[in-house]
Every structure is written in structure tokens, then in C-alpha cells.
Design a protein around this ligand. Structure first.
Ligand code: ZN
Length: 368
């Protein structure tokens, strides 16, 4: 595995007309560029991943990823990245625009397969539009069957691309242009319709985004000689929560909130308490299959608000810890989660520290 993935995310996005550079806009609940980085990591095809940003970024901690700052123009950013890896014994290099967050790992694999006998492999799509061309103030018809619209990721033999990049000083819109300008053969393969480029703000309106909300509630009795788990983390306490599972009321409420927003019944239907196979199941294991399918089905968590209802333990003491644990389990940022503590004026079972209850409100975005 001697391949490198370069993500170009240093542009100013003039056509996007926004205060925040396009690569950082929120797309499907993540900064736009993060989608491509995640896919490169998930593909497991790369020895190195180079993220070219417009400014330094110290929040990315992953030993495979190097963050560098780009140049003024795209071709300069691309050359800076190639310079950066020149001594890393890289065989193939994939160059991708952050504005195309929707390519598939399948496409990466097809590119790789085709690179075996080629020095440049470029994905393209065709157009359905009738196409004209302006030449010397005259408009002429073009045969759309002969038009190729190129996409990224584009993949190349590193040495060849690096050589052409160093010699180039012209503005180009993709690296395939370098090969064409040098009369080099390119293997064109079919791209993906879904791999469109987000250029203008109105491109984001192409999605039909909907909101869904779900509410969850749970209560468990406190019993001695059991460990207490709240939000997937162990909390020191004199008792733990009784139940078929570890009795984690926070996770159970969140699961029911998620299922509610997904319109998929409730936790008891998915994990019936009379089934021995779910006996003593840890609640994070009940949550993880739901989270795994969530994004696949087009849903993204917007925020979660939680009321933990108990006399003790005091929520403020463990808030940060619980939120950190939840953000890891739910794969969302800490600032998408809020945890409130609520006592019941020492009333009833909860007031006498015999039970803990919880309610959670979950909001999901859905991109059709
Ligand atoms: Zn429960």
C-alpha cells in the first residue's frame, strides 16, 4: 500500500458567496471536506492522506493524515502536496476536490484497478443537455455524445504527475489537463452522477432535507451490588440500575428517541427482554447497530437534549464525562449534546434514591 490521497480544500469558493469558505460549510452535519477524508480513511487504500487547507488546522489528529496549507491557485496547492510527499516512496496518487463529498469507495477501487496499465485514470460523466459552443461570436452545435465532463478523484502515477506539475505554471481546473497538455494518454472511466460538485449555495438546495424528532423515556430501579452506567460510562455510586441489560437509562432514552425519529417502534421491540441472547447486554452494543445504519439511510443527528432525573449522583460532577462518552458512541460533536440534571424534591422512589429516570429528545436531519 504505497498510495496517497490528496484532498484539495484550500479554495476561497468565490462562486459560493459565503463568509465561511465552502470547504467548511456544514453538509450532512459535518464540514464539507470531512466527508472525503472519512471516505479515504474508510477505504483503507492509502498509506498517506494529505489535506490541503487554506490555513493551519491543529484539530485533526490522525497519524495517516498530514495537513498542509495550500497555494493561491489550485495547481499550486496540488504541487505543494506533491512536493510534500516526494520522499515518501509513493507509487500512485489520487487527487480530489473537497467540493465533491459524495464519491463512492467503489469508484476509488475502480480507479486503482485501471491504473495498473495506465498512468492516469479519470472519471467522467456525460451530459443530457443539448450543447452549444461559442466561437468568434458564433454559436455552433456540439455533439454531446463526444463530450466528457471530468470529475475527481483522479488518479495518477506519482512520478509522471509530479514531473508535469513541476513544469506547469498555467491555471488548470484539474490534473487531467496536465496530461492532455503534454499529449499523454489518459484512461477515462465512468464516473458517478451522485459525485456532483457543490459550487453554489443553491446546489445545497438540491437536497430535500427534512427534520424528524423523537422522544425517549426510561426508568430503572437502583439496586445494591450493581455497577452504575450512565451514557455508556461507569459512574461511581452506591448502587446500579436493575434490568435485563446494564440499565443505562440515558442510552435507553436516546435509543428510543432515535427509533422514534426513525419511526421504527421502540427499544423493547428490537431487544425483547424475554430473549436470553440479550441478557446482560451492554447498552453501547444496543446503540451501535442503530448508529451504523443511521447515516447509511441518509439520517444525521442534529442535536440531542437529555433530562437525567435523579437525586444523586449529581449531574454537574459527571456531565463532561457523560457527554464525551455519548459523543464517541453517537459519533457526533460534544456541542450537539446537552445534558440537564433534574431532581424531584425528594419525592417518590426517585427522590429516595431508589430509581433513576431519563428523557431524551433527538432531532435528525434527513437528506432525500
Ligand atoms: Zn431501560
Amino acid at each position: 500500500m504505497n498510495d496517497c490521497f490528496i484532498l484539495l480544500a484550500a479554495g476561497k469558493g468565490k462562486r459560493f458567496n459565503s463568509k465561511i469558505p465552502k470547504q467548511y460549510i456544514n453538509y450532512k452535519n459535518k464540514p464539507l471536506y470531512v466527508h472525503s477524508i472519512n471516505k479515504a480513511i474508510e477505504s483503507n487504500m492509502f498509506k498517506k492522506i494529505i489535506l490541503v487547507l487554506d490555513k493551519k488546522n491543529k484539530t485533526i489528529v490522525n497519524d495517516k493524515i498530514s495537513v498542509i496549507t495550500g497555494g493561491k491557485e489550485r495547481y499550486q496547492s496540488s504541487l505543494k502536496a506533491l512536493d510534500y510527499i516526494k520522499n515518501n516512496n509513493i507509487k500512485n496518487v489520487y487527487i480530489h476536490d473537497a467540493a465533491r463529498p459524495n464519491f463512492s469507495i467503489k469508484l476509488l477501487k475502480r480507479l486503482k484497478k485501471n491504473l495498473k496499465n495506465n498512468k492516469a485514470v479519470i472519471p467522467y460523466i456525460k451530459t443530457e443537455n443539448s450543447t452549444k459552443y461559442k466561437k468568434n461570436n458564433k454559436i455552433i452545435n456540439l455533439d454531446r455524445e463526444k463530450l466528457l465532463f471530468t470529475q475527481t478523484p483522479q488518479c495518477f502515477d506519482f512520478k509522471t504527475l509530479y514531473k508535469f506539475s513541476k513544469l506547469n505554471n498555467k491555471i488548470i481546473t484539474d490534473e487531467a489537463s496536465l496530461f492532455l497538455n503534454n499529449n499523454m494518454r489518459i484512461k477515462f472511466i465512468k464516473g458517478e452522477d451522485n459525485n456532483f460538485k457543490i459550487t453554489k449555495k443553491t446546489d445545497l438546495n438540491k437536497f430535500n432535507m427534512k427534520y424528524f424528532f423523537g422522544i425517549g423515556f426510561d426508568i430503572h430501579k437502583l439496586i445494591k451490588r450493581k455497577k452504575l452506567y450512565l451514557g455508556g460510562t461507569r459512574i461511581p455510586f452506591h448502587s446500579g440500575l436493575q434490568g435485563h441489560s446494564d440499565g443505562d437509562v440515558i442510552l435507553h432514552s436516546i435509543i428510543d428517541g432515535l427509533l422514534g425519529a426513525l419511526r421504527k417502534k421502540d427499544i423493547g421491540t428490537i431487544y425483547p427482554s424475554n430473549k436470553t441472547k440479550f441478557k446482560n447486554i451492554r447498552s453501547p452494543n444496543m446503540l451501535s447497530p442503530i448508529i451504523k445504519n443511521l447515516n447509511k439511510d441518509g439520517y444525521y443527528i442534529n442535536n440531542i437534549d437529555i433530562n437525567l432525573i435523579c437525586e444523586k449522583p449529581k449531574v454537574y460532577k459527571y456531565r463532561d464525562r457523560i457527554i464525551l462518552s455519548l459523543s464517541n458512541l453517537l459519533n457526533i460533536k460534544k456541542n450537539q449534546i446537552n445534558l440537564k440534571g433534574k431532581t424531584v424534591e425528594k419525592l417518590g422512589l426517585i427522590g429516595k434514591e431508589k430509581a433513576i429516570a431519563c428523557e431524551a429528545l433527538v432531532s435528525l436531519n434527513y437528506y432525500a
